[in-house]
Ligand binder design. Structure first.
Ligand SMILES: NC(=O)c1ccc[n+]([C@@H]2O[C@H](COP(=O)([O-])OP(=O)(O)OC[C@H]3O[C@@H](n4cnc5c(N)ncnc54)[C@H](OP(=O)(O)O)[C@@H]3O)[C@@H](O)[C@H]2O)c1
Length: 261
């Protein structure tokens, strides 16, 4: 079955690179109009141009736009949702993809500033963008929300504990919102394992071979692995799925050693 989003409008946060960019590209290829969002204008403009120039069926369609917004700022979320409605006339799919991890080390050593910044972007931000999308469009026309969690939200590991706590919160927030926003809006999450992006470079680059050997599927994730699952969950093929978190990790969590991100 071909998964399509023809006639749909999608908004993706953190879309200038990595997983967000791959999702935005996949959605555009599937026929959606896509608003890309992140903090830095030049990277966003380059990402939009890259999708428009190099993606099958997208060239010259004008279906990709971008808007600068900080994922942790509710006012900027509102402004970005409004810009999406102004540009494309609606909003059907919201992907809460942007996240941050300013602290590496034991949980007990994190300072309040980093704690709050992580919460603001990874956890409160997911709710704020969902609220904006619901109020401005989805309460009336329905839709789908997809949140980027992590297998770190389902396992325990040293170094990125607070980030993982926020990802565990995203998994529960997904269930809670699904209960509140249905039947009009479906809300699901993805829990990736280690994916080869800038965000996780310090984790995978020094040990790619060793980690890959431990995984049942013998390789790390690529952003496209996550984008394909995102397209499924946001398409009509998933019309009876809500409140779920889909693990995409090459089999990491199924191994006795558990998660790697
Ligand atoms: N890579 C992995 O191994 C992995 C594993 C599990 C889960 N995840 C999750 O997958 C998602 C995407 O990660 P990624 O690996 O693709 O990261 P990435 O390659 O570093 O890309 C992050 C994107 O988010 C934007 N961003 C960062 N902070 C932002 C903020 N405060 N407001 C708005 N935009 C912001 C960045 O652009 P600007 O800097 O221009 O804002 C960029 O577009 C995250 O939720 C992450 O937690 C990743």
């Amino acid at each position: 079955m071909e998964l399509r989003l023809d006639g749909k409008v999608a908004l993706v946060t953190g879309a200038s690179r990595g997983i967000g960019l791959a999702i935005a590209r996949r959605f555009a290829e599937a026929g959606a109009s896509v608003m890309l969002s992140s903090r830095k204008e030049p990277a966003l403009a380059a990402a939009a141009a890259d999708i428009e120039a190099g993606s099958a069926g997208v060239v010259g369609t004008g279906q990709v736009a971008w808007q600068v917004a900080h994922a942790g700022d509710p006012d900027q979320a509102d402004a970005c949702v409004r810009a999406t409605l102004d540009r494309f006339g609606g909003l059907d799919v919201l992907v809460n993809n942007a996240a941050t991890n300013p602290h590496y080390g034991p949980l007990v050593e994190i300072d309040r500033g980093r704690m709050e910044k992580t919460l603001e972007v990874n956890q409160s931000g997911v709710l704020a963008w969902s609220q904006s999308a619901w109020r401005a469009a989805m309460a009336e026309r329905g839709g789908a929300v997809l949140n980027l969690a992590s297998i770190g939200g389902l396992s325990v590991e040293p170094g990125i504990g607070w980030y993982n706590v926020t990802k565990a919160a995203v998994i529960h927030l997904t269930r809670q919102l699904a209960g509140e926003l249905g039947p009009a809006v479906r809300v699901n999450a993805l829990a990736p394992g280690l994916v080869k992006t800038e965000f996780a470079r310090a984790l995978w680059e020094p040990a790619e071979e060793v980690i890959s050997r431990r995984l049942p599927l013998r390789r790390l994730g690529e952003p496209e692995d996550i984008a394909n699952a995102a397209l499924f969950l946001c398409s009509d093929a998933a019309s009876w799925i809500t409140g779920q978190t889909l693990v995409i990790d090459g089999g990491a969590l199924s191994m006795p050693s558990g998660g790697v991100v």
